[in-house]
Write a protein that binds this ligand. Structure first.
Ligand code: GLN
Length: 466
């Protein structure tokens, strides 16, 4: 798939289409779509912005590449004046008082936000069923889940309802739904894009992540939204990635994969077979492929969930009905807190808050939380050593194909285990891209920290050889 951003840009500049008709058509498609991807439409502001782009074009002014391009936003990002519900009862009527840095940068470049997208509540989930707006349905087979937590965003891109969408990835929430719906989804190096205005789930792994149908569109969006931000102290400044730089992968000599990801019982045999077929194609191109040792998927999942639950319990403690969201009064102040939180959070979110508070509590934190931190350090160290040996690591995105709608809700543990291949890269804070090739749910391409450019190079190379 070629770049839709370039294609639409050409159509706008040559006046083959108007921005208004483009935006109106996407709004109509979003409004009538049957995949439950929409939490709220941004009709009024989108139409106003589209008219401005048209006026600029008809008066002969130049427009930027992103100007007039309609995009979607996972409903966990602040966009001033719009509902930002996190797909929760708690914030159903909450309006953003300010705009997230990443979103503001896109708006400054002229891109047009058209929809706040359905997702797992507060990013908690891998299927986009943990939402008050109804389960997101898979773009390819609507009986299956859309994946999560950025399910609405991935489905919108896959169905051409948005040109690109901005998801959020804490433990795989961009990469996994991208894989389930056969589109590209990037989790950049932690800190490359400001998280200011993204509702915090697990702050130590939260990343802003673009989803699109081509590598080129991911590149364009990433370049626009990256950079240091005084409002997010974890950010750093990065060089733009040029189209030329990523057109060759000749410096990639060695690729690794994790043996134990493939040796587990739980992997779908077809995913395994397809993965090894891809490995063969890579070898045929003269690249050395190495099987690497890594932590067991179970260890990765338990480490990730220990830390993510601890962080989300702490981050969500601010939601008690005092400052934000839907307050339910009880007889005493304590009752009000407890009823507000019990009634407004979903079962899954409550499970995480309870689990998180448990691992942080006195008597448990040394045994569990601190141990989690120490395993995370070992994971980071292991990646450091791996990248002394290999340039790129590839992995399936998920051990299995998307489950039927309803199945994950009955078995949360199975859902957590579906994150087995994504969470390790999050704990390592590494740049990882889902490419919609190689297995039924795609492949993850990962490079060393801050080496996002290499990920793009290898993804381009894969596109040509698979
Ligand atoms: N599925 C993982 C979780 O529920 C990842 C979610 C995410 O990245 N937001 O924690």
């Amino acid at each position: 798939m070629e770049s839709q951003i370039h294609q639409i840009h050409q159509q706008l500049v040559s006046e083959e289409i108007t921005c208004l008709s483009l935006v109106q058509e996407r709004l109509r498609l979003l409004n009538t779509n049957k995949h439950a991807t929409v939490n709220s439409l941004l009709e009024k502001s989108a139409i106003e912005l589209a008219k401005k782009v048209d006026a600029k074009i008809t008066s002969g002014q130049k427009i930027g590449l992103l100007e007039g391009i309609p995009f979607g936003i996972k409903d966990v990002y602040m966009l001033q004046g719009t509902y930002t519900s996190a797909s929760s009862n708690f914030l159903k009527k909450y309006k953003s008082p300010y705009t997230a840095t990443a979103i503001q940068k896109l708006i400054d470049a002229g891109a047009i936000p058209i929809v706040k997208e359905n997702c797992d509540s507060f990013g908690h989930g891998s299927s986009s069923e943990n939402t008050i707006f109804g389960a997101v349905k898979n773009a390819i087979n609507p009986a299956l889940v859309g994946g999560g937590s950025s399910g609405g965003s991935a489905v919108n891109v896959a169905k051409d309802l948005t040109v690109f969408s901005i998801g959020g990835d804490t433990g795989g929430s961009v990469r996994q739904p991208a894989g389930y719906n056969k589109v590209y989804g990037l989790k950049p190096t932690y800190g490359r894009i400001s998280r200011f205005g993204l509702m915090a789930y697990a702050s130590s792994t939260d990343c802003v992540g673009p989803i699109a149908k081509s590598i080129e569109d991911i590149r364009i969006v990433l370049n626009e939204i990256s950079g240091k931000d005084t409002k997010d102290q974890t950010t750093y400044s990065s060089e733009k990635i040029s189209k030329e730089a990523i057109s060759t992968a000749s410096e990639i000599k060695t690729v690794g994969y994790f043996k134990n990801f493939l040796e587990t019982e739980v992997i779908d045999p077809k995913i395994k077979l397809d993965f090894f077929a891809t490995i063969d194609k890579i070898k045929e191109k003269g690249i050395v492929v190495k099987a690497l040792d890594f932590f067991e998927p179970d260890t990765l999942v338990s480490t990730y969930y220990t830390l993510a639950m601890a962080e989300t319990a702490s981050n969500l403690s601010r939601l008690d009905g005092t400052n934000y969201g839907h307050r339910i009064e009880g007889d005493t102040l304590k009752d009000s807190y407890s009823i507000t939180r019990s009634e407004n959070f979903s079962e899954e979110t409550k499970r995480r808050i309870v689990g998180g508070n448990q691992v942080l509590s006195q008597g448990f934190s040394d045994e569990i939380y601190l141990k989690g931190l120490s395993v995370r350090d070992q994971i980071a160290k292991s990646f450091e050593n791996d990248f002394k040996e290999v340039d790129i690591i590839i992995s399936p995105v998920t051990p299995n194909t998307p489950p039927k709608i309803g199945a994950s809700l009955k078995d949360p543990l199975a859902m957590y285990l579906s994150d087995a291949y994504t969470v390790g890269f999050s704990l390592g804070q590494l740049p990882t891209l889902t490419v919609p090739q190689g297995t039924q749910t795609g492949l993850q391409v990962t490079a060393a920290k801050n080496n996002d450019e290499l990920v793009f190079k290898f993804a381009n190379f894969l596109k040509d050889i698979i």
